[in-house]
Design a protein around this ligand. Structure first.
Ligand SMILES: C[S@@+](CC[C@H](N)C(=O)[O-])C[C@H]1O[C@@H](n2cnc3c(N)ncnc32)[C@H](O)[C@@H]1O
Length: 216
């Protein structure tokens, strides 16, 4: 998969939206490895939650020409950046400013992708980042602050997965070692999903995994 152009985004943009980093590129690498499988599913609807700059969903939209590619982000600036990134790369992504999958139809998503806010923080930081300062800094805090074990947002989505993933759907989720991936895999199992580690990588200061999650 080609890495999309992002030269339309500026340093000022990256003060309020997440700048693609090693975690973003690990997820892109996993999706590239999985591309033949993903295409074989003939996904009708792809959703990236939390697209930030839009680099990942844009790369998918370039490959999946018959798939409706959507993105949801709680940061409105990430939603507009994602649309711009898609346009800059001659493709189309619809972005929706909402929490996780709030505005989506049940069992509608064939391909789900999420690089979540996974950093271990105090819950207070996640619930009320406004103590830090402006809306601009809140936008960035929400891109990384994950609460206890970095699992607050991940767990909220996992508990809603059965309602959103289609019968043939697949979900690629990035997690950090501190997020307790093995415990997460067991939780997913109990909820009726099969979760495997698709790819893992050590990066400076972090050890990351991509989980591939399907229905059993
Ligand atoms: C680590 S960044 C990933 C950005 C991009 N996908 C990448 O890999 O470069 C996490 C993104 O998730 C968004 N986000 C955090 N919590 C969310 C929620 N509850 N619902 C939707 N988006 C959320 C953030 O605003 C941010 O854009």
């Amino acid at each position: 998969m080609e890495t999309p152009f992002t030269d339309h985004l500026t340093t000022a943009d990256y003060e309020q939206i997440y700048e693609p980093a090693e975690d973003s590129f690990l997820l892109l690498d996993a999706l590239e490895i999985e591309l033949t499988y993903i295409k074989s599913l003939q996904p009708q609807v792809c959703l990236e939650i939390g697209p930030g700059s839009g680099i990942i969903v844009t790369a998918l939209a370039k490959e999946l020409k018959r798939t409706l590619c959507l993105a949801t982000d709680i940061n409105p600036l990430a939603c507009s950046a994602t649309k711009k990134t898609a346009k800059r790369n001659d493709t189309c992504v619809d972005s929706i400013n909402c929490n996780l999958v709030d505005s989506l139809r049940e069992k509608s998503i064939d391909l789900l992708v999420f690089n979540p806010p996974y950093v271990v923080t105090a819950d207070e930081e996640l619930k009320n980042p406004s103590f830090i300062g402006s809306q601009a800094s809140n936008n960035i805090v929400y891109s990384w602050a994950g609460g206890v074990y970095g699992r607050r947002v991940i767990d909220e989505l996992v508990n809603r997965l059965d309602r959103i993933l289609s019968d043939k759907g697949v979900f690629y989720l990035l997690v950090l070692r501190e997020n307790k991936p093995n415990e997460l895999i067991r939780n997913l199992n109990e909820l009726g999903f099969l979760a495997i580690i698709c790819i893992e990588r050590r990066i400076p200061g972090e050890y990351l995994y991509i989980l591939k999650i399907t229905r059993k």
